[in-house]
Structure formats: structure tokens, C-alpha cells
Design a binder for this molecule. Structure first.
Ligand SMILES: [Zn+2]
Length: 276
């Protein structure tokens, strides 16, 4: 199901400031951000970039809200996990899922959040933002041979796999790790960065969804990475995640969904009206 809500680019920006410094957010939106910081991000500043970034971050908030309502929700973009609190790197400006985590905690009664970051690069920005926050557990499984990000940050759990790891070995490690973390951390919400720059397999996404459904934990997904010139192959990888999500939805029993619906996020549009 495609949700009909489209976020207006002027949606309230306070969620951004939950994950980022106020100075950084204001400077990026106003276009007064330094050239050095834009160089770090790797994109030229423009009003269109601001709009795109706000819509992208808004969609992460929406995904978290819908996951709490339906069990599973998938964005068509996002996973901007290289954005830190006061600067962006690697084409990531605001850390969409970090903002969504904070919004879910503030507005939806979510106490514990588990990040599952399976992009081929480490989720360094996410790890740094939640470094000293015991209410958010950051798990990143990535490839140790990547030269970016540098330096790496310390997630609550990092698994750096060697290049050339087979699908079977990869899934074995994930199967050993994810159910253990879900059981030990007992999160109210999983935020999953399903990076398509990993050798993405449908089994990986199925495993994530099955583990979350078994633990009755809602999961909101972003799709990180995807830099190939062949756009069709990127679309095909995105579709794998959406198909796996659709398969997983029936696994959330009506009983679980009733519980989740009592924790829905407030509607950002309503907040905006109230602020005016
Ligand atoms: Zn990546």
C-alpha cells in the first residue's frame, strides 16, 4: 500500500533539531552554511536540495509513524546515516532515521530504539549521534574493506565483515546477531537501513522482517546507498525490500497491531497548524 500523505517541504523543522544542532539545521536551510561544510557533504547547496532534504527526512518520520501503526513501513529513499549532529558527510545532510528515532521517543511513547544498519558502509553518523544514549542501540554490519567513512565511529555493536563474504556466511552472522539483539535490547521500534550497496539479497530483508515480526517489534525501513549508473538495477534492489516487507506484514497479528496503534506518532501537519 502506498500511503497518500506527501510531506510539504515546510513541515515543522523541530524534529531535525532533535537529531542535529540548531545552528547546523538553520544554516543549511537558510543557505548560510559554510562552503567547507558543503564540501564535506559533497553536494552543491540549492533551494531544491533543501526541499528534497526536508521531504526526505519527513518521510522517515512518516515511516516510523506508519510502522507503529501497521508493523512495517518502507521509505523509497533515505538511510542518510553518514550525517552527524553538526555536519554532513558522504552526501548525507540530515540523519533521517536519527530524527525519526527522536520523534518516536518524544511523540509516540517509544522508549527503546534499535538501529539495524546493513548498508555496506558503517553507520558512523548514527553511532556518533547516539554514542551516549542508552535508549538507542546502534548496530551496524558493514564491509571492513571500505575506505569510507574515515574515521569509523563506535556503534553499540559493530560487525565488520571481510570483502568477499558469501551470502551464506553473511546471513549466518545476521541470523546469529539480530534475534539476540532484539531479545536482549527489547526495543519498541527497529529502524532498518537496508543499504542497496550491499550485495542485497531478498533473504537478508526477509530475515530482518521475520526476526522483527517474531519479536513483535515494528520496523521502519530506509533504503541507503545505490550509486550505480544502471538505475534499473537499483530499482530492482529497492523492489526486493518492498516485496519482503509486503510478505512480512501479515506476520504482525491483529493483537500486536492494536498495541502498536496506541503508540502512534502525532501528525506533523497537525503540529504545524498548532504552531501557527
Ligand atoms: Zn553505503
Amino acid at each position: 500500500m502506498v500511503h497518500p500523505v506527501v510531506y510539504h517541504p515546510d513541515f515543522k523543522i523541530s524534529p531535525l533539531k532533535d537529531g542535529h544542532s540548531s545552528t547546523y539545521v538553520d544554516a543549511f536551510i537558510a543557505g548560510t552554511i559554510s562552503a567547507e561544510k558543503m564540501r564535506q557533504i559533497g553536494l552543491p547547496w540549492s533551494e531544491e536540495l533543501v526541499k528534497r532534504t526536508l521531504i526526505g527526512t519527513g518521510s522517515a518520520l512518516l515511516a516510523a509513524r506508519l510502522a507503529l501503526q501497521y508493523g512495517v513501513a518502507v521509505m523509497c529513499n533515505g538511510g542518510t546515516h553518514h550525517a552527524h549532529a553538526d555536519h554532513g558527510t558522504g552526501w548525507c545532510i540530515f540523519n533521517d532515521l536519527a530524527c525519526a528515532a527522536r520523534a518516536a521517543q518524544r511523540d509516540a511513547g517509544v522508549e527503546k530504539v534499535l538501529f539495524v544498519d546493513l548498508d555496506v558502509h558503517q553507520g558512523d553518523g548514527t553511532a556518533a549521534i547516539f554514542q551516549r544514549d542508552p535508549s538507542v542501540f546502534t548496530f551496524s554490519m558493514h564491509c571492513e574493506a571500505q575506505s569510507f567513512p574515515s574515521p569509523l565511529q563506535t556503534s553499540d555493536e559493530d560487525i565488520a565483515l571481510p570483502a568477499g563474504t558469501s551470502d551464506g556466511e553473511y546471513l549466518e552472522v545476521l541470523q546469529e546477531t539480530l534475534p539476540r539483539l532484539l531479545s536482549r535490547e527489547n526495543p519498541d521500534l527497529v529502524l532498518y537501513n537496508a543499504g542497496v550497496d550491499t550485495r542485497a539479497s531478498r533473504q537478508r530483508d526477509r530475515l530482518v522482517f521475520a526476526s522483527c515480526a517474531d519479536a513483535s517489534v515494528p520496523v521502519a525501513c530506509a533504503i541507503g546507498g545505490g550509486y550505480q549508473e544502471d538505475h534499473l538495477s537499483i530499482v530492482e534492489r529497492h523492489v526486493l525490500l518492498h516485496r519482503a516487507a509486503r510478505e512480512a506484514m501479515p506476520k504482525y497479528s491483529p493483537l500486536v497491531l492494536a498495541d502498536l496503534r496506541s503508540m502512534q506518532l502525532t501528525d506533523p501537519k497537525k503540529d504545524q497548524t498548532e504552531e501557527e
